[in-house]
Write a protein that binds this ligand. Sequence first.
Ligand code: ARG
Length: 458
Amino acid sequence: TSNSMWGGRFAEGPSAVMREINASLPFDQRMWRQDVAGSRAHVAMLGKQGIVQPADAEAIAEGLTQVAAGYERDGVPDDLSLEDIHMLTEARLADAIGPVAGRLHTARSRNDQVATDFRLWVRDAIDQVLDALTAFQAALLVRAEEHAGAVMPGFTHLQSAQPVTLGHHLMAYHEMIARDVSRFTDARARMNLCPLGSAALAGTGFPIDRHATAEALGFDGPTRNSLDSVSDRDFALDYLAAAAQCSLHLSRLAEEFVLWASQPFGFVALSDQWSTGSSIMPQKRNPDAAELVRGHSGRITGCLVSLMMTMKGLPLAYSKDMQDDKPPVFEAHDLLGLSIAAMTGMVESATFRTDRMRALAESGYATATDLADWLVREAGVPFREAHHITGRAVARAEALGVTLDAVPLGDLQAMDARIDARVFDVLSVDASVASRTSFGGTAPANVRAAIAVARGEA
Ligand code: ARG
């Protein structure tokens, strides 16, 4: 038999494959709360405007409460013949209150309905992500404060470069997440206009009040062009773009945890809660969660590309291709939620091996720049020449098999007579980090100041 919602002109029902390829219920049932909320706002407005009788509007509102209670209690049934959550809910409503249910869809199309539901869903998703990112930032701040003065090697090209502090390193991630928070917040503000009332594509002749439904659903106002309203998925792309970029940050920290947890680095021991063993090698503690966060970032970015490809060639207005908008957004959201929670847990519970970090910072001639800077500052040597003299000092230290601050003063003076004993004040890793007091630098005092600013205390 033909479809009970739109089958008037059809003699036959769809083939089984048609039914399957057409149905979005298996995934869009995730939006049932948003669908009910949208219908509630719509029918209240229809009643107020006298487009349906107020008594009918009330019966529909009560019926929607029953339908929602049923979904809450029993879950959303998997009835593919009803295609999607919108038609399922309307069918349930008819089961609950009879033919008056048929008045709900007045002055509305599934095109503006789905655009509204999906915006509401993405808006909620952003709020969840923002909460999770706030918790992650709090964890970073706690560990950064604890290790504001802990010296570690800073790298460029993954080669020991200059000493930094672990607190400074963790605060670098705090900055990245702050930008993510700002991107999600921007996306939320930009998307917060309501497409409901755009109807199929052209608007409607019924005297609807789009401002009222927009306000009832917590939007800042109605969208301005009906064609754009039903075919715009920029809000979902904005969400995915922010999610992809956020996942890249999580992936970089995850990669550092993988490296740091390796035996050659030995900078971090992940807690038991965030490690796994091997089925054959008894000694193993593998950083699987970090590896999966690194892997998930690829999938999340794939979700962004997937929706971009869906949208790129669509003529106005709605086409069914757009039904494919939801799976990548749902998938990215689930993966991002897990990734943020896992990185928060790892940061909170990791044991940082600061003794090992310090030993490596001291062994890599990481204070060579400090020696060159000293020659510039204290002996008036041009930087290029100071760089050259310091290079010879590093070669000498390497030949002697000692750190830079253990090269005998006589050896240094043989390279340049302007060097005196005061140079040793700047050659330790602690002196090096303490000297980096330029704004945004790694000096422990700066790191503590940055933490205070991040906490809103300064
Ligand atoms: N299930 C559809 C979707 O997700 C709802 C909109 C259907 N509109 C239509 N004209 N067939 O996009």
